[in-house]
Design a protein around this ligand. Sequence first.
Ligand code: GSH
Length: 320
Amino acid sequence: MGLLVDGHWQDQWYDTKSSGGKFKRQASQFRDAISDSPDARFAPESGRYHLYVSLACPWAHRTLIFRALKQLDAHIDVSVVSPDMLEHGWTFAEYPGTTGDRLYGCDYLHQIYTRAKPDITTRVTVPVLWDKHHQTIVSNESADIIRMFNSAFNGLTGNQDDYYPQAHRHAIDEINQFVYDNINNGVYKTGFATTQAAYEEAFEQLFAALDEVEHRLSGQRYLVADVLTEADWRLFTTLVRFDAVYVGHFKCNRRRIADYPEISDYLRHLYQYPGVSETVNMDHIKRHYYFSHTMINPTQIVPKGPALDLEQPSKRNQGG
Ligand SMILES: N[C@@H](CCC(=O)N[C@@H](CS)C(=O)NCC(=O)O)C(=O)O
């Protein structure tokens, strides 16, 4: 775990001293966009873009889900890093289910960042959307990448499914912010806290938010009424990791997702949505967190359990 400073890799853990034990996530640096407007620097072309992901990472997972939902598999290729993120950060070391760097044969993901900008100072995160034409990173912000995948390639694929429909944008933006602050990032704020007070504050926020989501889902099918939107997929990637990792490793243990009947049903429904279960790799998920965060789990032992019921029926599959 570390970061690039002026293009040089430095091995160091997150700084929580300056923030009273609280984990603060840094903003992504590459925020360009693929667009089908005629003068776009990044035009939607088949085979031009490449995704670097970890199958463990909930943010990268969003992009893999949108790649599947929007039938972009044939147009955007993927390199999968090793789940082990240690002194070199994300690497292309061999591990079952990884691919190596399919573009340049690099050993480390930080080499992809310095290829884009040799003197860069940044954290080295997944996902990365790479442009082979300009040899640079288009974006390393998953929230932006899924929006591009949602619409920019429609002309190429013919897939018009819309997970950010105009009529619901305000409601989607609102629930996204709530879910991001309290749940997606909330589990990290809980797990990476280095003082009791910071941990407890994040923990209370997280479970208050999950209680609210449970209540909301008892009256409606999805987060935004009965329309399946990006807000659901953004929540899904945290929910699917929750019982396997966040309950134990991040000490998010007031309740499991299995203890929330509506959220559990919703989670199973989303998991069973065509194309989605193939994007979930529980081995990479568990291995990454338990093996890489050695200050939380110094023995690096990866738990065998828990047994999960993601394949069980969901009432939402029947339109319930
Ligand atoms: N804002 C980014 C966050 C991505 C992110 O933090 N990814 C984690 C993996 S789950 C990472 O690569 N962390 C490495 C680090 O912080 O050094 C996004 O949503 O795309």
